[in-house]
Design a protein around this ligand. Structure first.
Ligand code: 5GP
Length: 140
């Protein structure tokens, strides 16, 4: 099994602007955008700009700056969406649940009594995702 970084992965294409995404945050370190198959309202992904396949591939000097962005975006996701809680997920390799092989953290706001949908269960409604993105941008 290959564990080499593939520059043709979907998130690398999003980073290069070759594929569209609904962005909520971007700076020199990270990009955050809405998941197209949200496991709940406001499901957001944060990716580093460096080409890292998984968490263990992230250069040490980028770990701090990247995790700072993850936390900043997490706060905006929770605040903007009015979440009661927040689930943070990160998967490595297929056996670990990873599907797209560019490092990403999932940020999913949570409410009491509302379960997460299964991964990849359905494409999200475009207008609903845009509305969530607007709320999250206002949460910074
Ligand atoms: P993983 O299982 O690799 O941690 O999660 C990959 C995530 O990327 C999934 O939640 C999936 O819905 C999301 N995803 C897959 N393809 C695309 C895409 O083209 N655009 C966006 N915005 N999200 C995607």
């Amino acid at each position: 099994m290959s564990t080499i970084y593939d520059p043709q992965n979907i998130f690398a294409k999003i980073l290069r602007g070759e594929l569209p995404s609904t962005k909520v945050f971007e700076d020199d370190v990270a990009l955050a955008f809405m998941d197209i198959m949200p496991r709940g309202p406001g499901h957001t992904l944060v990716i580093p700009k460096v080409p890292a396949r998984g968490f263990l591939d992230l250069p040490k000097d980028v770990v701090g700056p990247y995790m700072e962005r993850v936390q900043t975006v997490a706060a905006a996701v929770k605040r903007g969406m009015g979440g009661e809680g927040l689930t943070v997920l990160q998967f490595n390799e297929s056996c670990g649940g990873q599907v797209v092989f560019h490092l990403h953290f999932h940020l999913i706001p949570r409410w009491e009594g509302i379960a997460l949908k299964a991964p990849g269960s359905a494409m999200g409604d475009r207008a609903e995702i845009e509305a969530c993105a607007a709320k999250i941008r206002a949460g910074f």
